[in-house]
Ligand binder design. Structure first.
Ligand code: GLN
Ligand code: ZN
Length: 771
């Protein structure tokens, strides 16, 4: 086949679409079902209506093959668990009568049983429910959802392609079930799982599927030879089935790397590859394996997880190269559109020119269709669209929003020294000790105090115009007073103002920095029915005015004890936003760092002796491939230091992170050069303190002694015991006493009781150590 005839057959498709509907109808229906106001039937009807609407919209936009099975009432990994019959025994036992209630029991737990664990879907901000497997797990095919949704689409007259999570990724995402040995490897269950996938495929074939897509994003991570063998075996066996649909294996979020030759050789009928960002390396890799002769390639040339318009001409150039490399090339966004909001056209508050830079799910769908059309009919057919695209890209590239000469000049003038504290740590530690005069084992919290119903009401009242800013300010001030008074009474040593004015630790700053935009309807699924509206980091970042100093001063004036200044670090500011894709992340991070540096300087000038810069996202943004990690950690840690290094020796810089797996970033934690770091540690019994000590970490550490993710109140004895475990690793002079994380999700009652235990434990041990 010639490249030209390949092009003539090009179609547009997508791997998945946002699930919730224009007005988050699904959220309302699911939560209504949980509360009892919506029947199961009504919930299923809403879900079917949303699928119908999504497919109709896709077809209208020029998508010729719609996905089915990507829809979910909660999570697609949980749907796969149901489809392969891997329902944990505890959920079967607790809710055996009703499949829908059992499904939600796995997702959210019940009074009697804990839910499945939730964790991040690769390096996105979507969370999935982790399958729990063990040597005793048996699988059984339950094709109902997949077959049902395929039938719906076919009955509506659509050409449809079922999409389901592939067997290898499913197993690689799983963890040993409770009670199963930690070193159990779910991938060893592959031989048991393959026949179940074979059955699902046969059922989909029987229901009318020509193609079935199996998503294997786990193959874009570094995989062992044994895992690659498992991939080869899985697809050799599925490919060898006699009456099967055509098989397409999809990968996204990065290059396939070593898995590409394995899949290219497998007896399957097509691959979907990501060609955006670092995954663009797939292009050369594909050429190197000799392409996919006679097979189908779905080319993900449109970034499916960020919100910027595509460079259509650049995509056409990539597609032109790909035509020589496969028997059929279709165009699609790189991954499911689950990770972007629905429709940029709904953003009527934005400057229309800027709104034209944005592409949400609906716009990305249209871009895919447009590219496919250009390939079938020639670029002349979309000449007007190409011209408009060129103009929009140019407007973005030359806008004062994306090019602020002052920001650029300042960045160009920064040196390596700017990202280094002037004094070595021992000198700083001595100066800080002299200034702060803290007791041994100082106590503190991570920043936020309970976000009470009254605070949420106040914020809603302000947004709705029921109260004015002055009245809102008064309510926040009252809260700060209460938090400070409480901490003094409780006997904490380093206080916080409680962050009552912050709706969210990123949004609060994004709203005040120039270069950030806010959307009104830019909701994306975080997990289940929880949606977030990430800010958009669109341009050069600067700080027109101080962001936190007023609240700091207000709090500090109420007490003689030190109050911490409280900021969010550059990596986290990027990780929880949609970030501009027109310059390296390192440059964007440096701009944010400089804005924060000004804030740090202002806080210091306002009298703050302790300033905390949170970086909870440092670990989660770690690139999927190990080879890319050192480069990332370099700019990530440099950004933190650039933000925090302008202070005097006697100003103490704290940082905070909230997760337990540090192995991969131990050196990076040291490179932050923070004077004090607080981390999650309660659940792992202070393991991280030992890891840090083992790595020779020289500075002060506050491993959490209260697991704030649970409503349980730790006793003084428990906290003492944890602190003793901490003291076995970190000397008393360098050990802090604090909870695992901020307290904004906790209630006041548990907070009071837990902090009492925490302070009591610190006092008891001080007595022993000094006595
Ligand atoms: N300072 C923030 C708080 O206490 C930190 C939150 C976080 O680490 N996620 O809420
Ligand atoms: Zn935290």
């Amino acid at each position: 086949m010639t490249a030209k005839s390949v092009a003539a057959a090009t179609r547009a498709t997508v791997h998945g679409y946002p699930r919730q509907g224009r007005n988050r109808e699904l959220k309302k229906a699911v939560e209504g079902y949980w509360k009892g106001g919506v029947t199961a039937q009504a919930l299923q009807a809403t879900a079917a209506e949303l699928r119908r609407e999504n497919w109709a919209r896709l077809v209208e936009a020029g998508i010729q093959e719609v996905p089915t099975g990507d829809f979910s009432l909660y999570d697609h990994v949980l749907d796969t668990t149901v489809a392969v019959g891997a329902i944990p025994a505890r959920h079967r036992a607790a809710v055996h009568a009703d499949p829908l209630d059992r499904y939600f029991a796995m997702a959210r737990g019940t009074q009697l049983v804990a839910p499945l664990e939730m964790t991040k879907w690769f390096d996105t901000n979507y969370h999935y429910l982790v399958p729990e497997l063990g040597p005793g797990t048996t699988f059984t095919a339950n094709p109902a959802k997949q077959v049902g949704e395929l039938r719906e689409a076919l009955a509506l007259g659509h050409s449809a392609r079922p999409v389901l999570l592939g067997p290898v990724t499913y197993l690689l995402l799983a963890k040993p079930a409770p009670g199963v040995a930690d070193d159990f490897q779910p991938i060893t269950l592959l031989d048991r799982l393959i026949p179940v996938y074979a059955e699902l495929l046969a059922d989909l074939r029987a229901a009318g599927a020509e193609w079935v897509q199996l998503d294997e994003p786990a193959l874009v991570q570094d995989r062992t030879p044994a895992e690659l063998n498992a991939v080869a075996r899985a697809y050799r066996e599925l490919g060898a089935l006699s009456d099967r649909p055509k098989l397409l294996v999809a990968s996204y979020f990065d290059r396939l790397g070593e898995a590409l030759p394995v899949l290219a050789k497998a007896p399957i009928d097509g691959l979907a590859l990501d060609f955006t960002g670092p995954a663009a390396a797939n292009l050369d890799d594909l050429a190197a394996v000799g392409g996919l002769p006679g097979k189908r390639l779905i080319a993900g040339v449109i970034d499916g997880r960020n919100i910027w318009i595509n460079d259509l001409e650049k995509s056409l150039a990539i597609l032109a190269t790909l035509f020589g490399l496969a028997g059929r090339v279709d165009v699609a966004p790189s991954c499911s559109l689950l990770h972007v909001p629905l429709d940029a056209a709904a953003e009527r508050d934005l400057d229309p020119q800027i709104a034209r830079w944005l592409a949400f799910a609906r716009q990305k769908t249209a871009e895919s269709a447009l590219l496919a059309r250009a390939l079938r009919e020639g670029t002349g057919a979309i000449a007007a669209d190409l011209a408009a695209n060129r103009a929009d890209l140019a407007s973005r590239a030359t806008s004062p929003i994306t090019r602020d000469p002052a920001v650029r000049a300042r960045l160009a003038g920064t040196t390596a020294e700017d990202a280094r504290r002037a004094q070595p740590y021992p000198e700083r530690a001595a100066a800080q000790r002299a200034r702060l005069r803290l007791p041994l084992l100082p106590t503190t919290t991570i920043g936020s105090f309970p976000q009470t119903a009254e605070l949420r009401v106040a914020r809603a009242d302000l947004t709705a115009g029921r109260i004015d800013t002055a009245a809102y300010r008064e309510r926040i001030e009252a809260e700060v007073r209460e938090v400070i008074t409480y901490q003094e009474k409780a006997g904490l040593d380093v206080l916080v103002h409680g962050e009552p004015e912050r709706n969210d630790m990123v949004q609060y700053f994004a709203e005040q920095l120039t270069g950030y935009l806010a959307t009104r309807h830019g909701w994306v699924q975080s997990y289940g029915t929880r949606y977030v509206r990430p800010p958009v980091l669109a341009g050069d970042i600067s700080r027109p005015h101080p962001m936190t100093t007023d609240w700091y001063r207000y709090a500090q004036d109420l007490t003689d004890r030190p109050v911490k200044g409280m900021l969010t670090g550059p990596v986290t500011m990027l990780a929880w936003s949609f970030v501009r894709d027109d310059q390296p992340l390192a440059v964007t991070a440096r701009q944010v760092a400089l804005a924060l540096r000004d804030e740090v300087t202002d806080l210091e000038a306002a009298g703050a002796a302790v300033i905390q810069v949170d970086e909870p996202a440092l670990r989660e943004t770690l690139p999927l491939r190990a080879a890319a990690r050192p480069g990332y950690l370099d700019w990530a840690t440099e950004g933190f230091r650039l933000a925090t290094s302008a202070v005097r020796a006697d100003t103490q810089i704290h940082t905070h992170m909230c997760y337990a797996e540090f192995g991969a970033i131990m050196t990076a934690i040291d490179e932050l050069d923070a004077d004090v770091i607080s981390l999650e540690a309660a659940r792992s019994h202070m393991e991280v303190a030992h890891e840090l000590a083992g790595a020779g970490y020289p500075r002060e550490v506050g491993p959490g002694v209260w697991d704030i993710h649970s409503p349980r109140v730790p006793s003084t004895e428990e906290a003492v015991e944890l602190l003793r475990a901490g003291l076995a690793a970190i000397p008393a002079e360098r050990l802090w006493v604090n909870p695992d994380c901020g307290l904004k999700t906790r209630g006041w009652t548990e907070t009071r009781a837990s902090l009492e235990s925490l302070v009591g434990a610190a006092r008891r041990l001080r007595g022993e150590l000094e006595g």
